[in-house]
Design a protein around this ligand. Sequence first.
Ligand SMILES: Nc1ncnc2c1ncn2[C@@H]1O[C@H](COP(=O)(O)OP(=O)(O)OP(=O)(O)O)[C@@H](O)[C@H]1O
Length: 507
Amino acid sequence: MTEAAPERESTGDDALVEVRNLRKYYDDGGGLLDRVLGREATSVKAVDGVSFDVREGETLGLVGESGCGKSTTGETLLRLREATDGTVAFDGENVFDLDDESMSSFRRRAQIVFQDPFSSLDPRMTVGAIVAEGMRIHGLPKSDPTVATAAELTVEDGVDRTVEVSVADDLDRVVEAEEGVARVPVSVRKREADEEGGYEATVDSHADLLDATVEEREADLHVEVTVTGSDGAIRKKRAGDLLERVGLSADQVDRYPHEYSGGQRQRVGIARALALDPEFIVLDEPVSALDVSVQAQVLNLLDDLQDDFGLTYLFIAHDLSVVRHICDRVAVMYLGKVAELGPTDQIFENPDHPYTEALLESVPRAEVGEQGRRVSTLAGDVPSPRNPPSGCRFRTRCPKVIPPEDVEIDQDAFREVMNLREEVEAGNLDPDEVRETEPAAYRKEAVPGIAGENAGVVDEALEAVADGDFETAAETLRDRFETVCETTPPDDAPDADGEVVACHLHD
Ligand SMILES: Nc1ncnc2c1ncn2[C@@H]1O[C@H](COP(=O)(O)OP(=O)(O)OP(=O)(O)O)[C@@H](O)[C@H]1O
């Protein structure tokens, strides 16, 4: 196991979700190269010790390049994947240590909306069934619908009346009652054919859910109106209500996902997440698969729903421009770790971590005045999460990697030296090429910005490369150019304000 962030207390009483040192390693039998070389399999360190809170009622953004572990973090903290290490507390209770009953409650209270609205909805189920499925699994509604309502009134034979029906709390949405009372028209008719002079009653409103029974009591009639819809009918009605709430039509509960556009399907996915009245929703790239024109509508819907239902969101996105307008705070992830976490404005206007700066630089600017600006994209590829760099994970790409105190060197040149060191340590240079070019000439090409003693050390290392001795070359370079960024992991535990800047420049 790698470096562990020190345990810290919660960053405030208002934390709904507290993630501490969360790790998720995938032991998938190793990569292709491991197998070809017969090497021992190394696990993918998808999430490698992350700590943050999601505060009640806020939207916390989780951003970073593809593969940095955002989805794995979201899925592991919901216990959809088994964590390798760490804890997650939801409303004060450790999610990884819940008994069956508490787990069932957690499954209701914490939901997820997936990125791809095409693959996340079962094509064989109607949208009504998709939205209602969670209710069915959790045995909702809990109340017995046949005893949920009762109304008494005295009616005369053949008179149409409206009765007031009191409705149990959890059924009020079903019959659209106000303050638990629904007004339901009832028609009562004398059944002429009935030898016993019985009565029949029909209920006009919500006929699929309500029924009336009529019995004779002395000279009057006693009408009892009850909700008799099956649980399934009630769930279907609620599914219809939820579809309306997310901007679709309740009449469409019997349609199938393929009849909808991407944006509409994502609305179905959102309705499904809402069906169990959750408090917390992980939104995993909820608009990334949608047309730009539709993205804003879905983001606005999510915003409205948050206000209406008092929801807390963890909003996962690789696109920084999306999180800016919806998030209160943003956590920036890199290679399984949190690099920076802070209020959204601070992250966007005054980022402290070189990775955050680089990410922001690589966002295309919409503003006309900024369109001609040179966009400096992040140099190099993200290293493999099977074997992440020691110390600070971003050091292999960081434009601000810190030179040793006793070495005088220009920042850009130090970056070039570090790139050369990577190549030497990986054995990627061709000794023949270095020999033929001659080490000093090779150095001038690879690291043009150095001179004097620094140049002498690099030449010496390249001479060892020319002899095929990569080990000596690597050692020579390390002796002179070893940086704190590679020897010491930066502190990535949230501070008292819940903020993180995991960078030695910030120490
Ligand atoms: N089931 C799995 N088995 C092995 N490795 C996995 C598995 N799922 C994800 N990974 C790896 O874990 C790392 C993190 O993946 P994850 O999907 O969490 O990242 P992400 O930031 O959400 O990226 P994206 O935006 O592309 O989904 C990646 O290297 C990925 O290849």
